[in-house]
Design a protein around this ligand. Structure first.
Ligand code: ATR
Length: 285
């Protein structure tokens, strides 16, 4: 990549940011399409976020991804928000439009594209079991509802957080078919008779000795397993594979949410296959 006077700058603000896989596939995509753009990781400490966002305007950067721990905090420094980020209160993509910063959240739509394109699974009219009620769960459950699923069974370690998510979905998306399952009761066999899709939205599985939260006899009954963890093959994914149940890990979601950011910034169709190749050359989970 030749850096010139006209090179357009994109990147990611995070803390930490050194583990980010986005530079790998975003730069490969720019290069493939011959776009004179570059994607750079920026380590931004929480106390510096305001000034870092201002720098987007000062340096006239095209766009920035926002990752942990800034996704909520960044909202107050932006000029405009798309509908989904306004509803969810999170932003993972900023676009600099003539000096005005607009925030988007592409995680939910990225999840759905990944599920449909890579997983060949259409969530319409399906019953979904979701583990977790954090930021990722808000994005994913909201996007699943927009994709016309039938019902959600929701479980979370902290009960109150699942109640908050349920209330949020009822209020903002008018979706009422959500049953909260107490965390201790998540393996009750009767829940699992009719589940099509199981999604883990928590960080459980990222570490080597993390437990399998759903028993194999229940996993066996579902048609598709999605685990958003992307740094290693989780016990959940290993079980799905043993049971020959179609499954996806978080790398697929990572690529599709990044592809939407790419399209926001460049107005060009993202070269998904090139992005995948770039990432899978380095990582095999
Ligand atoms: P993110 O934005 O990535 O979703 P988050 O908002 O911190 O991150 O949410 C993390 C989710 O993982 C939450 O649902 C959290 O459960 P709590 O609401 O009880 O905190 C869940 N989680 C994290 N560690 C967990 C663990 N060891 N066991 C079960 N759930 C866990």
């Amino acid at each position: 990549m030749e850096i010139k006077g006209t090179t357009k700058i994109t990147g990611v603000f995070g803390y930490p940011v050194s583990h980010s896989l986005s530079p790998l596939f975003q730069n490969a995509a720019f290069q493939h399409l011959g776009l004179n753009y570059v994607y750079i990781p920026f380590e931004v400490r929480p106390e510096d976020l305001k000034e870092a966002v201002n720098a987007i305007k000062i340096f006239n950067w095209v766009g920035i991804n926002i990752t942990i721990p800034h996704k909520k905090e960044v909202l107050k420094y932006l000029d405009e928000l798309d509908k989904t980020s306004k509803i969810l209160g999170v932003v993972n993509t900023i676009h600099n439009i003539n000096g005005k910063l607009k925030g988007y959240t592409t995680d939910g739509d990225g999840f759905i594209s990944s599920l449909k394109e890579d997983g060949k699974f259409n969530p319409e009219r399906k019953n979904v079991f979701i583990i977790g009620a954090g930021g990722s769960s808000y994005a994913i459950s909201g996007a699943l509802i927009k994709s016309k699923i039938n019902s959600i069974f929701l479980t979370n370690r902290t009960y109150e957080n699942s109640v908050k998510l349920r209330e949020h979905l009822i209020k903002n998306l008018k979706f009422k078919n959500i049953e909260i399952i107490e965390f201790e009761k998540r393996n009750d066999e009767k829940i699992w008779q009719n589940i099509d899709l199981l999604v883990n939205t928590t960080s459980v599985g990222m570490k080597k000795n993390d437990p399998l939260l759903i028993e194999k006899k229940n996993i066996e009954k579902v048609k598709f397993v999605y685990d958003i963890v992307y740094n290693r093959k989780t016990e959940l994914l290993k079980s799905a594979e043993d049971l020959k149940i179609p499954n996806l890990d978080g790398i697929s979601m990572l690529i599709y949410q990044g592809a939407i950011s790419f399209e926001i910034w460049t107005s060009k169709k993202a070269p998904i296959d090139i992005m995948k190749k770039a990432i899978y050359k380095k990582i095999k989970i």
